[in-house]
Write a protein that binds this ligand. Structure first.
Ligand code: SAH
Length: 202
């Protein structure tokens, strides 16, 4: 039996992909949450990380994963590593995950969290709006911070038929790369921290 929170927070709200549900059961969210928030690890909410950032609500993580329609053989890019939690769930669902974070300290903690939980994810420090050209193309790209428009390099680093899930302002959307251009579909209203270009000062 899956834990009660999976039923209540995910299945009843429309997460139907059994691989995604199983991945959400397997990844220990408490391993990615700061010590002081551990008691609330499975709360139906985003939680605070350092540097004013947040670990996304479980439902949003599951919704992003479901929209990517992963089968297990894919290479995926995760933009905005934060705690590493979304990257860990993606690692359960795809063959290869590369994650990029602009804040050095968050990337370092995420690397430790991922290794301690047994996930093999490459965490880069850099500006994720530029993607990771030397590892492209990607079958799927998940973005955890909101932009005003689709960053063109991310779209260009998708394989034909690849999917990019990202918040555009307050809307989570899935953009599919097709031979006739980009096709976008609205998934949910959602609040995300801003996607910032460039690296932090200092
Ligand atoms: N997926 C994360 C959510 C982190 S919140 C998790 O599961 O915990 C979004 C993250 O995006 C923040 O850590 C923020 O620093 C990062 N971010 C914002 N703009 C970015 C950019 N241009 N490139 C890489 N990371 C960025």
């Amino acid at each position: 039996m899956p834990p009660e929170w999976v039923d209540r927070q995910l299945r009843r709200r429309g997460i139907r992909d059994e691989r995604v549900l199983a991945a959400m059961v397997r990844v220990p969210r408490e391993a990615f949450v700061p010590a002081e928030a551990r008691a609330a690890a499975y709360a139906d909410a985003a939680l605070a990380l350092s540097h004013g950032q947040t670990i996304s609500q479980p439902f949003i993580v599951a919704l992003i994963c479901q929209a990517l329609e992963l089968q297990g053989e894919e290479r995926v890019l995760d933009v905005g590593t934060g705690s590493g939690y979304q990257a860990a769930v993606l690692a359960e669902l795809a063959a290869e995950v590369v994650s990029i974070e602009r804040i050095l300290e968050l990337a370092a903690t995420a690397r430790e969290n991922l290794a301690a939980a047994g996930y093999d994810v490459e965490v880069r420090v850099g500006d994720g709006t530029l993607g990771v050209p030397d590892r492209a193309p990607f079958d799927g790209i998940a973005v955890a911070a909101a932009a005003a428009e689709v960053p063109q390099p991310l779209y260009e680093q998708l394989v034909p038929g690849g999917r990019l899930v990202l918040p555009i302002e307050d809307s989570l959307v899935v953009v599919t790369r097709t031979d006739r251009g980009a096709r976008a579909r609205f998934l949910s209203a959602a609040r995300f921290v801003p996607l910032r270009s460039g690296l932090p000062d200092g």
